[in-house]
Design a protein around this ligand. Structure first.
Ligand SMILES: NC(=O)c1ccc[n+]([C@@H]2O[C@H](COP(=O)([O-])OP(=O)(O)OC[C@H]3O[C@@H](n4cnc5c(N)ncnc54)[C@H](OP(=O)(O)O)[C@@H]3O)[C@@H](O)[C@H]2O)c1
Length: 330
């Protein structure tokens, strides 16, 4: 297979490129090269997609498939116009953020979407969902539904997750902040959560690019209660730790953020308007071959990866923060 990856210098795109190279594909990645390098065996074409002529170096040869991870509608509108005459099919990595209703649990791909962004440029991450909806629209309109696949990814986790959202928990259980081994968790253990391992997602994206599978798919992890995910992280982290739940209002009152970032408890979603994001069925993608490895395997490999980082968690609580909160809770 001759595969063009638009991206490939960052996490998911790089994993897709590496997977395709491992299967013997001829892989070219197009990016600026500012996010990193491309995996061994792939070739980087340096181009800035803000430039309307960015695709010139790749628009005159045939591609069996294109995989695109862009988020700017202008980048995708330009790419599909340039590549439709020379590419067999287009696989676009979208997001579950395109859905209008993030509250209802158990939804599938037929639920309503946000209105697509008209502008070529998303002004801020507030427009991420509409921007990705606009990207999807450009792909389907130009390539036609039979020649494209839209993969609406849920939260991606696994080794390489620099956000720390999925790495914090196995790391925290392996490195408790206090001698008693108490780990602060939100008292929201029945809340849905779902993580799709970056390697499972990348392997499936290469599968569908090879097979020419078309359609719209939620490429998500298997939903499970947050408490189950935390127990899995605890079993991977080892040691004799215990979960210490704190009330959601209490956490908010003490400045603890939900979901991600500094001073947060990652994966915790307090706002019911977002609970559905982690509870999409993903049945259609699984029927089309997406395989979700056990969360314990993802956490085990994540922990090994986190242990090698200088700053082991990009999200969550520092030791001092957790100790202070545990003392205040007592
Ligand atoms: N992380 C999650 O949990 C999550 C959840 C749902 C969906 N997603 C989706 O999953 C994908 C993640 O992809 P990723 O990790 O490979 O990439 P990423 O972190 O989104 O990086 C974007 C890629 O596009 C390239 N790029 C950005 N601006 C460019 C420009 N002006 N010209 C040329 N290339 C440009 C970057 O390379 P250079 O900087 O080197 O140019 C990089 O390779 C995205 O589509 C994201 O929306 C993520």
């Amino acid at each position: 297979m001759k595969l063009l990856v638009l991206g490939g210098t960052a996490w998911l795109g790089g994993t897709v490129a590496a997977e395709a190279v491992a299967r013997g594909a001829d892989v070219v990645c197009l990016a600026r090269g500012t996010s990193g390098s491309v995996p061994g065996g792939a070739r980087l074409v340096v181009a800035d997609r803000d430039d309307p002529a960015a695709l010139d170096a790749v628009r005159h040869e045939h591609w069996d498939a294109v995989v695109d991870v862009a988020r700017q509608p202008g980048h995708v509108r330009n790419a599909v116009a340039a590549l439709e005459p020379v590419a067999g099919r287009y696989v676009f990595v979208s997001t579950a953020n395109v859905y209008a209703d993030q509250r209802t649990l158990g939804q599938d791909e037929d639920s309503p979407l946000l209105a697509p962004l008209e502008s070529d440029l998303m002004a801020s991450m507030e427009e991420y969902g509409p921007a990705k909806a606009a990207c999807e629209q450009a792909v389907v309109t130009t390539f036609g539904a039979d020649r494209c696949l839209i993969a609406r990814a849920g939260l991606i986790g696994g080794p390489g997750d620099r956000s720390g959202r999925t790495g914090y928990w196995p790391w925290r259980f392996a490195h408790p902040s206090n001698d008693e081994g108490r780990v602060l968790v939100p008292d929201a253990l029945d809340r849905p959560t779902a993580v799709v391992d970056v390697r499972d997602l990348a392997a499936w994206l290469v599968d569908v690019a090879e097979r020419g599978t078309a359609g719209v798919f939620d490429a998500v992890g298997q939903p499970l209660p947050l408490g189950e995910a935390l127990e899995t992280a605890r079993s991977v982290g080892g040691g004799s730790t215990t979960l210490t739940p704190a009330g959601e209002q209490w956490l908010a009152d003490h400045g603890v953020e939900e979901w991600s970032g500094p001073a947060s408890l990652p994966l915790w979603l307090r706002d019911p308007d977002w609970w559905g994001m982690n509870a999409r069925t993903g049945a259609r993608a699984r029927a089309a071959g997406l395989t979700n490895r056990p969360l314990a395997d993802t956490f085990t490999d994540l922990l090994a990866w986190e242990e090698q980082r200088a700053n082991p968690h990009g999200a969550g609580l520092t030791d001092d923060e957790e100790r202070e909160l545990l003392a205040a809770l007592a």
